[in-house]
Design a protein around this ligand. Structure first.
Ligand SMILES: [Ca+2]
Ligand SMILES: [Ca+2]
Length: 166
């Protein structure tokens, strides 16, 4: 049977998202704790459940995303959030920034910034921000001049970078 792929510009319906999550619950690495999660190594299966086509580079990007941000697990709660914005590239930025704040203090630390760079560079290979030093990032992104970069400041900074590169 020929595979039917989803149009990537089309939003997923609640029913479709439920279907993906239900499919994940049947995967061998499913763990029901904390709302349920599967291993990021299941990404090829998850992609199939989402009915999207992914080349090996994209697949690596997705796996890296979960490895860096969620220690190699794909929490279904987070997958649900991701699927809701996946048709809209700009909708992914707030999600990446929120996930990047691993200690949850509302600010982006040096380590957290290093992770964002890896992900953003995958997200848009045209970007060369890999070279940006944390100190430069703080200088550019800290618009209220409190010496720290909050999630909102980080989001604006990434969006401006993405815009200026395209
Ligand atoms: Ca933080
Ligand atoms: Ca600030």
């Amino acid at each position: 049977m020929a595979k039917v792929y989803k149009d990537p510009s089309q939003k997923y319906s609640d029913a479709e998202i439920r279907e993906v999550c239900e499919g994940c619950r049947l995967l061998p690495t499913y763990n029901p704790e904390n709302g349920g999660s599967v291993s990021s190594a299941e990404m090829p299966r998850i992609i199939e459940l989402m009915r999207v086509d992914a080349n090996p580079m994209e697949l690596e990007y997705y796996e890296t995303f979960w490895e860096i941000y969620f220690d190699g697990r794909v929490p279904l709660k987070e997958l649900d959030k991701l699927i809701r914005v996946v048709h809209d590239k700009s909708g992914l930025v707030p999600l990446m920034v929120e996930a990047a704040d691993k200690d949850g203090d509302g600010f982006i630390s040096k380590l957290e910034f290093a992770n964002i760079l890896k992900i953003v560079t995958f997200h848009d290979p045209k970007m060369t921000v890999m070279d940006v030093k944390y100190e430069v990032f703080v200088k550019e992104a800290d618009t209220n001049k409190d010496g720290k970069v909050c999630l909102e400041e980080c989001r604006v900074w990434i969006e401006n970078k993405l815009k200026s590169k395209n």
